[in-house]
Each structure stands twice: as structure tokens, then as C-alpha cells.
Design a protein around this ligand. Sequence first.
Ligand code: FAD
Length: 399
Amino acid sequence: MAASEGTDVVIAGAGIAGLALALGLAQQGIKVALIEASAEPTTPALDSDLTAWDSRVSALTPSSSAWLAKRGVWQEMAHYRLGPYTDMLVWDGSGTGRIAFSAESLEVPLLGHIVENRVTVYALLKCVQQQANIRVYWEDKLEAADFSQPDLVSMDTQQGLCLSAGLLVGADGARSRTRDLAGLDIRAWSYHQHAIVATVRLTQEHQKTCYQAFLNTGPLALLPLSDPLLCSIVWSLDDPHWESLQNMDDRDFMAQLNRVLPSNMPSVEAIGRRGIFPLRQCHAVDYVRQGVALVGDAAHSIHPLAGQGINLGLKDVSVLVEELGRAWQQGTSLGSESTLRRYQRRRKTDNLLMMSAMEAFKRGFGSTHPAIRVARNMGLSWTDAATPLKNWLARQALT
Ligand SMILES: Cc1cc2nc3c(=O)[nH]c(=O)nc-3n(C[C@H](O)[C@H](O)[C@H](O)COP(=O)(O)OP(=O)(O)OC[C@H]3O[C@@H](n4cnc5c(N)ncnc54)[C@H](O)[C@@H]3O)c2cc1C
């Protein structure tokens, strides 16, 4: 039997949440081992060609960028491509309701940034590599865990590595192996939608505006990239509508896309590679038990329509770093259930609120009932006219 390698915390998954957590903990002197199923990421290409852009992007809120800046990650990301946005236009595709938000009316410099996921991951990795107390195991998977000993979790990986630590954190995404091994239950359901993502070139500049349409078949977002003519699209489509669209050639797909964009918006003239993601809501009933905690999509995955998934994940990371940092200073066991429960209490309500709001949006805008359509059109236009309410709503999205 191989000898077990001891560390303070093992994190399964080196996506954005896992890397951010490793960095936050290591900066407090905690020793971390990260296990990641994929290969080590390479330097992001910066070619202007449409196919050279990552079709997976995230809208990062100012509080996410502030957290990343505090740890030196944002400064690293700035070497690549960051797309600041200052305006947001949301409209109902089957009516006249619309609502517009602007940084100017909120008296803030911007509303957020659209960033390719690989840029965030690579910048985090650069910072992780500067920490002597983080070890990363690439192309390996957490496979088994034994929680029978007090204050010690023993783990095995697919490549035959044996690790032990006071705490195992699952940052291993929506289909978390950690969650299954720890027996943490979930509430999950499919949205019966898939999201088609791609980079597109517009006929006119996007003016740093995020466009979001609520169509009968699901929401469509155009997210402005750092190049003034490029946007990343996230088109969520009900089953089975996505299948016929995904099977279309680029010309027909763009024709469909231009058909649903209003005439006063720039149209789409070129498109890169298309990717497709099934959408489902998933929430762990408990994020923790003695010796285990979940962060990011392992704890909760939500509809991309509000672009909040990784922002919630980074908030989880921020709170867990704080709670574990305090336990570390006090010499308390990192896997202690009372420490981990404090993390859960501080994060679960916030995540639940966002998930419920997304569900209400999804259902309200998914309905074709005439009364609901009239109400949502009036609601959007009325909210647009009611400046204090509109600004309050916008401020919720900034944090
Ligand atoms: C179409 C779409 C658009 C989105 N847009 C936005 C947006 O605008 N803004 C936003 O905030 N969010 C957005 N999201 C959500 C966001 O992408 C996710 O919330 C985020 O990527 C989750 O990050 P994570 O690190 O928690 O998990 P993941 O990114 O899923 O990372 C998990 C990692 O764990 C690894 N792994 C899995 N199993 C194992 C194992 N057994 N052992 C070791 N490693 C393992 C995987 O290889 C992976 O690297 C969007 C999602 C979709 C689908």
C-alpha cells in the first residue's frame, strides 16, 4: 500500500472556485493539495480570430473582481482580455417591455467585466504557482474518501495517490464526486433547456452593453467582449428547440439569431465555434459535514441567465477562506463541523435567494399565458420608469 501524503486541506477540482480557494488558504499559511481531472492549462491565446476566443465567458461582478484584485489575480488577468461593461438592456421578446441599466445612473464606473473563463483560470494558476505551500496534481481524479477517523480524511485518487488532510473541499463542479462520497444530498431538476454558446462579430460596436432578451423559447444574452465588435452569446433554448438550431450551418444559425434581435440593435455578421451545455438547477441540502465542505457549482448550480454562477462560487470561497483562516489562527481543527457550519449558515441563504430569483425569472418569462405576458411587459416598463426601484435592482447585481 502506498504511503499517505499529509497536508492541511485537499481540494478536488482546479476550476475557478478550487484555484481561488487554494490561493486564499495558502496566503494564510495553510498547506493545500489540489487534484484536477484535466491537464494543466496553457497560456491563453490572444489571437483576434473568432475561433481563438474561449466560448465560455463569465460576467464578473465588481465584488468578484475586488476579491481577485486583493489576491493579485486581477492584476494578472489584466495582461489578457477584460471586457468592461457599463450598460445593460433587457427586453421581452414577445412584447414591448424593456428595462435599461447604466453605470452612469448608478454613479459607478462600470457594472462588471466579461472575461473568458480560461483567462480567469490561467491568472489564478499563475498566482497559485507562486505559493510554495500548494501542490497541484493534474490529470488525476479524486476517487475514494474515508471519513471514519476523527479529524482526518484519507483519500485515494485514480492514479493511485493516497492523501490525508483535516479537510476535503469539493470544488469539483455540478456532478461533484466529493458530494457523492460524503453522502451529501441534493435537490436537482433539469430546466429542460440547453445553452448554445459562441463568439460573434457584430455589424456595429456593442458600446459596452450587455443585451438580454427573454424569448418564448428561453433567454438570449449577448455579452460584450474587450473587442468592441465582438460579443459572446449564451442562447438558452427549451427542449427540443436547441437541437434544430445547433444542427444548422453558421449562415442559417446567424439568420435565426438576427431574426430575434430588435431592428435598433447591431446584427450578427460572423460566428465562431458553437458549444452546447445542458442546463440544470442543483442545490446541496447541506454544504458541509465533519471533514468536508462544498464550494461553487459542487454546492449549487443555477441557470446562466443572470450570469451569477461563479460570482456565487467566489463568495463561497471568500467566506470559507475567512472561517478557515480564523480556525487556523485559533488552532482549531479545519474540518470541525462547527467551523464548517458557520460557513454554510453565511452562504446558504444568499445562494438560495439568488436561485429562487432565477427560478421566478425563468418561470415568469417562460410562460406564454397572455395575462402573464401582459403583466411582465408592464412590470419591465414600469420598473424601468421607477428609477429608485430600478437602481436598487441593479445594485443587487453589482455585489
Ligand atoms: C452557458 C453558461 C454560461 C455561464 N455564464 C456565467 C456568467 O456569465 N457568470 C457567472 O458567474 N457564471 C456563469 N456560468 C456558471 C459558471 O460557469 C459556473 O458557475 C462555474 O464555472 C463553476 O465553477 P466551479 O469552479 O465551481 O466548477 P467547474 O468550473 O465545473 O470546475 C470543476 C473542476 O473540477 C474538476 N473535476 C471534476 N471532477 C473531479 C474529480 N473527481 N477529481 C478532480 N477534479 C475533478 C473538473 O475537471 C473541473 O476543472 C455559466 C454557466 C454556463 C453553463
